[in-house]
Design a protein around this ligand. Structure first.
Ligand code: 1HE
Length: 268
């Protein structure tokens, strides 16, 4: 592993978010294990800076947490003195940081283990793929703490599990274990305890070999198309698919298949 040096990345590391390159994969680590990677303002700022300034050689990213848990959510010790106005700006600062994850330059794979709760679940939901190990559990304790999600959770979590399940989690404090979490749609992959990071890096390594325009279309066009009325969606799809297929790289990949030089799809 080589460490990438950039002034903002150096500052991010001092705020608790480290970046290492593994080939074309930017491996981003929350490093506040003593506080279960609870997200204070410094960590949120660091996440924003890291995802807005990924090295040009990064073709995909992985995010994971140091210690026994992925992330315990908002650092509750920072909540106590904030008034309503400050709360709005605070929530908006999370939106900027998590948008940098979701709408950045490269797809992001979250490697989950232990607690993925509150703002930690909001962060995981901003990633494009979630790989969970058997120790993972999901919760939205905001409901029992007398607060509400503020990091984009009310937009992103229902897209994964539906508004009814999210309502239940927040009203009743329901916790999903790893197996049920995969079943309801939190994670696309469920792996043995201790292997989520390896699996996430493996997936990200493969993602980094995709044509950049395909990755761009999946990150930026698909979520918008999915929210458009069907007729608008069909139109947007026609535009983005024609742009993607016009790229020289797409033509080279299709030619390679037709000439028998590219892998076939294998039976699962
Ligand atoms: C924290 C936080 C935190 C741990 N803010 N300090 N999130 C929550 O409501 C979840 C709160 N945390 C927990 O339920 C548990 O800590 C865990 C299940 C995640 C982990 O349990 P455990 O037994 O491994 O650790 P611990 O002993 O509870 O915590 C270790 C230390 O981390 C301890 O501090 P210490 O000084 O006594 O060692 C904890 O106080 C501290 N810690 N979690 C501050 N969250 C944009 S809006 C989002 C809104 C939310 O995210 S609300 C949900 C907040």
């Amino acid at each position: 592993m080589t460490f990438t040096r950039h002034p903002l990345l150096e500052r991010a590391a001092s705020q608790g978010v480290a970046l290492e390159m593994q080939g074309a994969v930017a491996v981003v680590r929350l490093c506040r294990p003593a506080k279960r990677n609870a997200l204070n303002d410094g960590l949120i700022e660091a996440l924003r800076d890291v995802f807005q300034n990924l090295p040009p050689e990064a073709g995909a990213a992985v995010i994971h947490g140091e210690g026994e848990h992925f992330c315990a959510g908002l650092d509750l010790s920072e909540l106590k003195e904030r008034d309503a106005g400050e709360g709005i700006y605070h929530s908006r600062s999370w939106h900027v940081a998590l948008n940098a994850v979701e709408q950045g330059r490269v797809p992001v794979v979250a490697a989950l283990h232990g607690a993925v709760v509150g703002g930690g679940l909001e962060l995981a939901s901003a990633s494009h793929i979630r790989v969970a190990d058997d120790s993972t559990f999901y919760a939205l304790p905001e409901g029992t703490r007398g607060i509400f999600v503020g990091g984009g959770g009310s937009v992103r979590v229902p897209k994964l599990i539906g508004a009814a399940r999210m309502t239940d989690m927040m009203l009743t404090g329901r916790v999903y274990n790893a197996q049920d979490g995969e079943r309801v749609g939190f994670a696309q992959y469920l792996v043995p305890t201790g292997t989520a990071l390896t699996k996430a890096i493996e997936l990200a390594t493969r993602i980094a070999t995709n044509a950049p325009l395909t990755n761009f279309a999946l990150m930026h066009a698909l979520p918008r198309i999915a929210e458009q009325p069907a007729d608008h969606g069909f139109f947007t799809e026609a535009l983005i698919s024609s742009i993607a297929q016009s790229a020289p790289e797409a033509k080279a990949r299709v030619r390679a298949f037709l000439e028998g030089k590219a892998a076939k799809v294998q039976k699962a």
